[in-house]
Design a protein around this ligand. Structure first.
Ligand code: BES
Ligand code: MN
Ligand code: ZN
Length: 494
């Protein structure tokens, strides 16, 4: 999508659709006021009739507004006030994108950045508008025999004060890159598991490297992982014909001596549960069990596209969890790379088994912070539903940074505790640690398990089982938590 800027008088703009934010309906400001004046109070009249609901993100499409050159007007409510917060602004940006799609226009000019957003500068608002515009154009037809033909879209951002052009341009560029990253995440997530195997993910990393010379990619084979004694990770792929892969992507945009942010993604390309097999209803959704890995790919793409001044390592622990003659059985004991022995009481708790070896392996990068991203537990859906990512951490400052990034990017997470009481649920009669901690607090005990392998650095765990994909008619990967991670990374760049 092409995004340009304009500082022209909105009354004289030639566009298929002019988007106006509506703050206080009784006191229009900025572009909305100019248009209202030019059209002799046309908008005020309509607002008086109450046709636009005051809820943030409600929209109203108007045709044939007198005395202006725009063909249509799209009014977007801010929630009734001249300024709004990040979450509501993002709702407005998303609503604008959806309404423009519905109107089937192919070019539009948006004055959305007219509305003030808390303490956020114009580049933040431009980013949100650009991201929502691009991501709402997303369409997945990789597996359809007939592909939809897609016309390019032109969006112009109206910036009231020319002085803000540079900021807006940076913001829009970032928004597009974040949406591109989300697109990668969604594509990989949506792909069928007979295509998207660990080997395919490794190939994808190499493709990404071809597009971005700034990336360095290394892939560990099963033989190499055996040498490194990754007995836990390998116990997950043991029942599968698809070999596991450990995929490492290094991006060095920061100072040579700057410790990297390390992202670790769960890349279980299909989770049958293994010998502790899942019921068949809805099992197809377990192709999404690599969405943590997909979000790491998405972030690496966005970071490389933006050439950000930061050092990041993205690691994907990829394996397929299948039953089979060589599959790990309940009660089997495996030795992790850390040396800790694990009693595999349930082969369906496989995410933590692939992640723990990755968490040990990445110690070699001397990380500043480590964030793992995983569709780890069904229990997090019970706790937080499909709205919020589960956040766990061994560091309060890191946890707060991620929480704040979630609010600012409208991609929220909420912290759960890793207190000793929960750690005690992990006890095994036969090994150092079991891979499950009983029915109660399932997400937390999974986090506790991981924490045993992340003691040497500041670490956070994002359980995205509830947010990574949608069910029902709009079934598909969401691209979360790429916005959250990008917000976190951008905050560390500036
Ligand atoms: N991939 C699943 C988690 C999951 C389940 C994500 C449902 C989204 C929807 C994970 O590997 C798993 O099976 N976890 C088990 C853990 C249990 C055996 C302790 C679960 O949540 O049931
Ligand atoms: Mn499982
Ligand atoms: Zn799983």
């Amino acid at each position: 999508m092409k995004i340009s800027l304009t500082n022209a008088d909105p009354v004289k703009l030639k566009t298929s659709c002019l988007v106006l934010p509506i703050g206080d309906p009784k006191k229009l400001t900025g572009c909305a006021r100019s248009i209202d004046n030019a059209s002799s109070g046309y908008i005020t009249d309509i607002l008086k009739q109450g046709d636009l609901s005051a809820k943030a993100g409600s929209t109203l499409l108007l045709h044939k507004v007198p005395n202006i050159t725009a063909k249509r007007l799209l009014l977007v409510s801010s929630g009734g006030a001249p300024s709004t917060n990040a979450i509501n602004f993002d709702r407005m940006a998303a609503a604008q994108a959806k309404a423009l799609n519905q109107a089937k226009v192919k070019d539009a000019t948006s004055c959305l950045t007219d509305i003030a957003v808390d303490t956020k500068p114009v580049d933040w608002a431009a980013r949100s508008v650009a991201r929502e515009m691009v991501i709402n154009q997303y369409h997945f037809d990789q597996h359809k025999s007939k592909k939809a033909d897609r016309k390019p879209y032109k969006l112009s951002l109206h910036i009231a004060d020319k002085k803000n052009n540079r900021l807006a341009e940076t913001g829009a560029g970032r928004g597009v890159a974040i949406a591109n990253g989300m697109q990668t995440t969604r594509d990989l997530g949506n792909m069928a598991a007979n295509f998207c195997t660990p080997t395919f993910l490794a190939e994808h990393a190499k493709t990404l490297k071809k597009q971005h010379a700034s990336l360095k990619v290394t892939v560990l084979s099963e033989a190499q992982m055996e040498k490194l004694k990754m007995g836990s990770l390998l116990s997950v792929s043991a029942g599968s014909a698809e070999p596991a892969k450990m995929i490492c992507m290094e991006y060095k945009g920061g100072k040579a001596n700057q410790k990297p942010i390390v992202l670790v993604g769960k890349g279980v390309t299909f989770d049958t549960g293994g010998i502790s097999m899942k019921p068949s209803a809805g099992m197809d959704e377990m192709k999404y069990d690599m969405c943590g890995a997909a979000s790491v790919f998405g972030v690496m793409r966005a970071v490389a596209e933006l050439a950000l001044p930061v050092n990041i390592v993205g690691v994907v622990a990829a394996a397929e969890n299948m039953p089979g003659g060589r599959a790990t059985k309940p009660g089997d004991i495996v030795t992790s790379m850390s040396g800790q022995t694990i009693e595999v009481l349930n082969t369906d708790a496989e995410g933590r088994l692939v992640l723990c070896d990755a968490l040990t392996y990445i110690g070699k990068y001397k990380p500043d912070v480590v964030i793992d991203i995983a569709t780890l537990t069904g229990a997090v859906v019970v706790a937080l539903g499909h709205h919020t990512t589960g956040l766990m951490s061994n560091d309060d400052k890191l946890a707060n940074e991620l929480y704040d990034a979630g609010i600012a990017s409208a991609d929220k997470c909420w912290r759960l505790p890793l207190w000793d009481e929960y750690q005690k649920q992990l006890s095994s009669n036969f090994a150092d640690i079991p891979n499950i901690g009983g029915r109660a607090a399932g997400s937390i005990t999974a986090g506790c398990f991981l924490s045993r392998f992340a003691e040497d650095y500041r670490w956070a765990h994002l359980d995205i089982a509830g947010v990574a994909w949608r069910q029902g008619a709009a079934k598909g990967a969401t691209g979360r938590p790429v916005p959250l991670l990008m917000e976190f990374i951008l905050n560390r760049c500036t």
